[in-house]
Design a protein around this ligand. Structure first.
Ligand SMILES: Cc1cc2nc3c(=O)[nH]c(=O)nc-3n(C[C@H](O)[C@H](O)[C@H](O)COP(=O)(O)OP(=O)(O)OC[C@H]3O[C@@H](n4cnc5c(N)ncnc54)[C@H](O)[C@@H]3O)c2cc1C
Length: 423
C-alpha cells in the first residue's frame, strides 16, 4: 500500500499494538517480519492476480532465516514458541495473507515435531525414534532451506477430526506405501516435502482407527506422487492449494514425522495446534483497519491528490465500530496464544475456540466494513482492500476449526462435562 512517509501512526498498526511486553528476540523477529513484509505487500497483487505462489517471498524468508523459525535451537533453528510464531505469522499476514497462510503450514510442521512433541508422552523407544527422524527433517529446513507442506484435508469427515484419515500407509520393508487423495494442499508445486496425515492400514484390523494416524513427509519427486487440478479460487489465491494423488508412493521410514500413535495424542492434548491458521487473519484485520484510517485521512498516495473524508460523523462511527472489533479480536488473540499449552484446562480450550472463531469471523467483518466505509474507489484492484476482503472470507471455512465447528464444540463442551450423556 502506498502511504505517506512515517507519520507516527505506525505503532498503532503493529499486531501487538503498543504497550505489550516483548522480549528483545520477539521484537527483533517482528521488526524482521515488518521489513520483509514491505516487499511482500508490493508483490501481493501480482500473486493474487496470477493465483501464483510467492516464491520470491520464500527466497526472502529463507535468506533471512525465517524458515527455521520453529525449529528448536539445538537443531540450529530459532526455537520460537507458539506465541512468538503467532505474532510473526500475523505480522506477515498484514502484508500478504497467502504468504502467511502457507508459512503456517511450513512453520507449524517444525512446531509439531519440536515444541509440541517434546511435551507429549513417549516411550524411550518412541523418543529415540522421534529424535532420529526429526533431526533429518530439521536438517533439511536449516541447512537446505527446504519447505514443508502440511496436508490433512480430504473429502471426508477426517479433516474435521471426526473420522480416521482415508489416506492409508501400509508398512513395507524399509518404509511405507501411501495411497489416497488430499485436497486443498497449500504450497502445491512449491514445497519440497508434503507432510501427509494418513491412517496405518493394519492387516486384520476390524476398522480403521484415529489412534492409528500417521504423519509422513513425501518428497516432491517420489514416484506415484502427483499434483492435479486447477486453482482459481475467490481468495488466498497465492496459496496454490491443489489436489495431491498418492498412488503406491514409497516413503522410507525416515520420512515419518511422528512415531506411531503420537499424532493422535497431540491432536487430543494440544488444541492450540489447530489454531495456528488464525494469526494470518489477525494480520488481515489490522491491514484492513490501517487502510481505512489512512484512506479517510487522505493518505493513500495511489489515489492522487489528497481527499480527506474523516470529518463525516458516519465515517467516524464506522471507524469506531471497526476499532472495537479489532480490539476485541486482538485481545482474544493475544490471550489465547499466550496461554497455549499441553492439556489446557477446559476454560482455556473453549477460549481457544472462541478466539479462533472471533479472529476468522471478524477479519471478514472488518474487511466488509472497510469497503463499505471507504467506498467505491477503495474496491479497485489497484488497491489492496478488495484482496483483503476476499482473503478474509476464507478463514472460517478452514478445517478442523471452521466457524461452524467452533460453535459446535463450544456449545457442546460448555454444556457437557467429560463422559456426560443424556438419557
Ligand atoms: C485457502 C485455503 C488453503 C488451504 N490449505 C490447506 C492445507 O494446506 N492443508 C490442508 O490440509 N487443508 C487446507 N485447506 C482446507 C481446509 O482446511 C478445509 O479442509 C477445506 O476448506 C474443506 O472444505 P470443504 O468445504 O470441502 O469441507 P467439508 O468437509 O465439505 O465441510 C463443509 C462444512 O461443513 C461443516 N462440517 C464438516 N464436517 C462436519 C462435521 N463432521 N460435523 C458438522 N459440521 C461439519 C464445516 O463447517 C465445513 O465448513 C485450505 C483451505 C483453503 C480455503
Amino acid at each position: 500500500m502506498a502511504t505517506t512517509a512515517d507519520d507516527g501512526l505506525a505503532d498503532r498498526f503493529t499486531i501487538t499494538g503498543t504497550g505489550l511486553e516483548l522480549s528483545a528476540e520477539q521484537t527483533g523477529l517482528l521488526n524482521l517480519a515488518e521489513e520483509l513484509g514491505v516487499s511482500f505487500g508490493r508483490r501481493a497483487a501480482r500473486y493474487d492476480q496470477e493465483a501464483g505462489f510467492p516464491f520470491e517471498n520464500y527466497d526472502d524468508m529463507r535468506r533471512a532465516g525465517l524458515l527455521k523459525l520453529c525449529v528448536p535451537r539445538p537443531y540450529g533453528g530459532l526455537g520460537s514458541d507458539l506465541f512468538t510464531y503467532a505474532l510473526v505469522s500475523a505480522t506477515l499476514g498484514k502484508h500478504c495473507g497467502a504468504t502467511a497462510l502457507t508459512f503456517n503450514m511450513h512453520a507449524c510442521s517444525s512446531l509439531w515435531l519440536g515444541l509440541l512433541a517434546d511435551a507429549l508422552d513417549m516411550t524411550a523407544a518412541q523418543r529415540a525414534e522421534h529424535e532420529k527422524y526429526r533431526a533429518l527433517h530439521f536438517r533439511r529446513i536449516v541447512e537446505e532451506g527446504a519447505v514443508y507442506a502440511q496436508s490433512f484435508s480430504e473429502s471426508t469427515a477426517s479433516a474435521a477430526g471426526k473420522a480416521p484419515f482415508g489416506t492409508t500407509a501400509t508398512k513395507v520393508e524399509g518404509g511405507w506405501l501411501l495411497n489416497g487423495k488430499k485436497i486443498f494442499a497449500s504450497l502445491s508445486g512449491a514445497a519440497d516435502y508434503y507432510g501427509v496425515l494418513c491412517t496405518e492400514a493394519r492387516p486384520g484390523a476390524e476398522a480403521p482407527s484415529m489412534r492409528d494416524s500417521l504423519y509422513i513427509a513425501i518428497p516432491k519427486e517420489a514416484p506415484g506422487f502427483t499434483i492435479v487440478g486447477d486453482w482459481d479460487p475467490l481468495g488466498m489465491r497465492g496459496t496454490v492449494s491443489r489436489t495431491l494423488l498418492l498412488n503406491d508412493v514409497f516413503v522410507a521410514d525416515s520420512g515419518q514425522m511422528m512415531p506411531r500413535g503420537i499424532y493422535h495424542q497431540a491432536a487430543t492434548r494440544w488444541p492450540h495446534m489447530f489454531a495456528t491458521l488464525s494469526p494470518t487473519y489477525m494480520g488481515i484485520s489490522v491491514a484492513a483497519y490501517e487502510f481505512t484510517i489512512r484512506y479517510l485521512r487522505g493518505e493513500i498516495e495511489d489515489l492522487g491528490p489528497t481527499v480527506k473524508r474523516r470529518m463525516y460523523p458516519t465515517k467516524q462511527i464506522a471507524t469506531a465500530q471497526m476499532h472495537i472489533l479489532l480490539e476485541q479480536t486482538r485481545s482474544l488473540f493475544l490471550r489465547s496464544f499466550s496461554e497455549a499449552r499441553i492439556d489446557p484446562p477446559k476454560e482455556m480450550r473453549l477460549r481457544a475456540y472462541a478466539a479462533h472463531y472471533t479472529i476468522m469471523e471478524n477479519a471478514n467483518e472488518i474487511s466488509r466494513l472497510a469497503i463499505r466505509t471507504c467506498g467505491g474507489q477503495s474496491m479497485l484492484k489497484s488497491l489492496p482492500l478488495e484482496r483483503l476482503y476476499r482473503d478474509s472470507r476464507c478463514g472460517s471455512l478452514m478445517l478442523p476449526w471452521t466457524a461452524e465447528l467452533c460453535l459446535d464444540r463450544i456449545g457442546r463442551e460448555a454444556l457437557y462435562e467429560s463422559g456426560e450423556a443424556d438419557d
